[in-house]
Ligand binder design. Structure first.
Ligand SMILES: Nc1ncnc2c1ncn2[C@@H]1O[C@H](COP(=O)(O)OP(=O)(O)O)[C@@H](O)[C@H]1O
Ligand code: SF4
Ligand SMILES: [Mg+2]
Length: 340
């Protein structure tokens, strides 16, 4: 990855809103996010359920249009392309979802499923498509005898490998991996993550790795972005974010589920976040995290924090964070003891 390379993804002030069907309300699933992803890197996105990660991932591969803001893919705004150019362009940006079963048609044999995206993309005859499908299956470790089987005859791990093969046939530049090992048995997660790493080296792939599992993101990512309620809270190199987070939210996430770091770098205190993530229909004013932040001050309700680079390439959205770390927590009330 060269510092001067053009970003493969350039996301600017991205907003994605959904209208709710019943009450005419607006869900602000992604609410003003900007970042770049460089060619060849693995960009991790972490955050609790409901923070907008899947919506963001779908937008990155043009499955959802921005409501506001922009996403450039290799410098190109896909909404400006004519249909035939768009079809060729889009095959470079693929996504793999959490549920390996849902992505495969139960009535379609494995090889037909793997070749389907190539068929849709057009331009290759059937024999070439099938050869490419068989090559992709071999590359993800699926033996040729599985090619004519149906999905119900396969394990979850095999199905996820087949989903990877499906995407590989298109020879994409970027794959968004949305919780891709979350549904798999813990014993095979490492193998599937290693497969992703090997394929990245072999095909020069760029990944956006979305997960709520910090051990997964630490295993694979060069940088980590921390999302909360449709915004970025922190962004930096994986080790820096894991060892010395700047945002109180990241600090709480890391303390609950520490990255697999050497023990002297791990934080000893467990910070338990109070309450649930608020609704993206009516997010808190100022700093989104203020209703659960142990360091919140009156200013946090009045003003959204600026996005500040407090350490080299390490950014945070918190009024009171310093290069030394998050603001100190407000003193906890002393336990009250009954008087005797
Ligand atoms: N199609 C949709 N219509 C309405 N609300 C949606 C839609 N998709 C997602 N949301 C809402 O947007 C918010 C973010 O969801 P999502 O992107 O799935 O978050 P995450 O992947 O981090 O769990 C949630 O409150 C979710 O209910
Ligand atoms: S801006 Fe305020 S509420 Fe938000 S994280 Fe910083 S201290 Fe907490
Ligand atoms: Mg999700």
């Amino acid at each position: 990855m060269s510092a001067s390379a053009q970003p493969l993804l350039s996301v600017r002030n991205l907003h994605i809103r959904f209208a709710t069907q019943d009450r005419g309300e607006t869900v602000k699933a992604v609410d003003g996010i900007s970042f770049d992803v460089m060619p060849g890197e693995t960009f991790g996105i972490i955050g609790e359920s409901g923070s907008g990660k899947t919506t963001l991932g779908r937008a990155l591969v043009s499955l959802l249009p921005p409501t506001e803001g922009s996403i450039l893919q290799d410098g190109i705004d896909p909404s400006t392309l004519k249909p035939s150019a768009l079809r060729q362009h889009r095959r470079n940006y693929q996504i793999i979802f959490q549920d390996p079963h849902a992505a495969l048609n139960p009535r379609q044999r494995v090889l037909a499923s793997v070749c389907e995206p190539l068929e849709i993309a057009g331009g290759l005859d059937r024999a070439t498509r099938e050869q490419r499908g068989l090559d992709a299956l071999a590359r993800v470790g699926i033996a040729p005898e599985y090619a004519q089987r149906y999905p119900h005859m396969l394990s979850g791990g095999q199905k996820q490998r087949i989903n990877i093969a499906r995407v590989l046939t298109l020879r994409p530049k970027l794959i968004v991996c949305d919780e891709v090992v979350a549904a798999l048995d813990v014993s095979i997660r490492g193998d599937v993550l290693n497969l992703f790493a090997e394929l990245q080296r072999e095909f020069g792939l760029t990944y956006v790795f979305i997960t709520h599992d910090l051990s997964v993101v630490a295993h694979v990512s060069d940088r980590i972005a921390v999302t909360y309620l449709g915004r970025l809270m922190e962004l930096g190199p994986t080790l820096a974010v894991g060892e010395r987070p700047l945002h109180p939210y990241t600090e709480a996430l890391m303390s609950a589920d520490p990255l697999p770091l050497p023990s002297h770098l791990r934080t000893q205190r467990r910070i338990v976040l109070q309450g649930e993530i608020p609704s993206p229909i009516d997010p808190p004013s100022g700093c989104r995290f203020r209703t659960r932040c142990p360091s919140a001050q009156p200013r946090c309700a009045a003003e959204p924090p600026d996005w500040r680079e407090l350490r080299p390439a390490h950014w945070v959205a918190c009024h009171f964070a310093t290069p030394d770390g998050p603001p100190s927590r407000a003193p906890q009330p002393l336990p009250t003891h009954p008087t005797v």
